[in-house]
Design a protein around this ligand. Structure first.
Ligand SMILES: Cc1ncc(COP(=O)(O)O)c(C=O)c1O
Length: 412
């Protein structure tokens, strides 16, 4: 059957292929350390589970929710946003609204659908979450990439971002805390970013803040619009309950933006997916959101301990060239090109303009030889690197990192 150019342009996820390989090896009886997870390996807080159980008794829980979400929940998400970003009593509070969608990814797709016309440019900052590019392209947009590297701690140059802005630029996607680097951009970067935006009135920002609650080293994340609140007039915040409430499968995300854009998102969602899961929304209306930080406390401790143990293992093994301090989200990005092992893969390559990517071969080799699964990040806009997930329990995590370190230092 003929297929549209849209779906032909979407690649199968390399992560899925590697995961399938990890599962096959585990089924053969091999001990496998899976460091690919983008979700917490635990159930949500018991209060939420109980509330969902209670909602099973109501017919309404099984019927359509209002398209942009249940009003009380939209208001709760808005309230929490203003409270956690120190923006309470801002005059802009009245101008913003919230729409609830089927997960953060859907919120992002809606935001791009409501903003981007064919041919419009959207600036991505590499390393970026791998879904941004296909979503931009699905709506007919053109992704323009500004890169950051390990040498600048994955903090992109504002001058480079400004250089990438053209009359066709519709939006910049910023993701802090970041997947896959596990860092959040510092306050002074946000200050300079905000200042630069003031000079480009026609550019909107999509701020993907899905890991906001998951920073484990102070200072926590700050955003440009906290320093220049007038920028909220052209900012779309994307968030959800997948990461901070351990609810990836419940599919609840949300968008906070100027009310007229939220209305447009509502129209788009009304003719595509309708409102998000009613039962979960009703339970969330009743949930005390102050419980989120209590729920996350042991998780943040574990992420911090794993980040520290990774640092120590790299330091002891003289791998400081590829080490930096991760501070948030679930991840650390390892740059293979700075490690002794890399020569085995790069040796055979011919000099070309394009940077060749060996990360998929390396991850496959690491999995076969040492039983550790990582996510290669070429699709995140960063070749020759891989994402390490920090969510595993501390002991198996340390064992896995020792195997990774041993592998990275093998020259032959
Ligand atoms: C940076 C980033 N944004 C958005 C999402 C989407 O989350 P959801 O599972 O709610 O669709 C993810 C999920 O991995 C992510 O890493």
């Amino acid at each position: 059957m003929l297929q549209s150019y849209r779906v032909k342009g979407i690649n199968e996820s390399i992560t899925l292929k590697l995961n399938a390989k990890a599962v096959a090896l585990a089924e053969e009886g091999r001990k496998i350390y899976n460091l690919t997870a983008g979700q917490l390996p635990c159930k949500p807080m018991s209060e939420l589970i109980e509330l969902m159980r209670g909602e099973l008794n109501f017919l309404k829980s099984f019927q359509y929710a209002p398209v942009p979400g249940i009003r009380e929940l939209r208001d709760k998400f808005l309230h929490r946003f203003f409270a956690t970003r120190d923006l309470e009593n801002s005059p802009l509070e009245a101008k913003l609204d919230c729409a609830i969608s089927n997960g953060g990814k859907h919120a992002l797709g809606n935001a791009l659908g409501a903003l981007v016309n064919p041919g419009d440019e959207v600036i991505l900052i590499a390393p970026y979450w791998l879904t941004y590019r296909p979503l931009v392209e699905l709506w007919g947009g053109v992704a323009k990439v500004v890169s950051s590297t390990l040498y600048d701690q994955f903090i992109p140059s504002i001058a480079e971002i400004e250089k990438a802005i053209t009359p066709k630029t519709r939006a910049i996607i910023v993701n802090s805390p970041n997947n896959p680097t596990g860092i959040h951009y510092p306050k002074d970067w946000m200050e300079r970013f905000g200042k630069m935006l003031l000079e480009h009135q026609e550019v909107s920002v999509i701020s993907d803040e899905i890991y906001f609650d998951l920073s484990y080293f102070d200072p926590g994340p700050t955003y440009f619009y906290q320093l220049y609140p007038e920028l909220l007039n052209r900012t779309i915040i994307v968030d959800g309950i997948s990461k901070n409430m351990a609810c990836t499968g419940l599919r609840i995300g949300f968008t906070i933006a100027p009310a007229e854009l939220i209305a447009a998102i509502g129209r788009l969602q009304g003719q595509t997916t309708s409102g998000a899961n009613t039962l979960v929304q009703r339970a969330l209306v009743e949930l005390d959101f102050d419980l989120i930080s209590t729920f996350l406390e042991p998780i943040r401790n574990q992420l911090r301990n794993n980040a520290r143990s990774l640092r120590e293992s790299f330091r002891q093994a003289d791998l400081s060239n590829c080490w930096y301090q991760s501070t948030s989200a679930f991840y650390f990005l390892v740059d293979f090109s700075t490690t002794p092992m890399f020569q085995r893969f790069a040796k055979s390559s011919e000099e070309t303009e394009e940077i060749s990517d060996y990360a998929t071969d390396i991850c496959s080799d690491l999995l076969e030889k040492h039983g550790v699964a990582l996510v290669p990040t070429a699709d995140f806009g960063t070749p020759n690197c891989a994402r390490i997930s920090l969510v595993l329990e501390e002991r198996p995590f340390a064992e896995a990192i020792n195997l990774v370190v041993e592998y990275l230092n093998q020259e032959k």
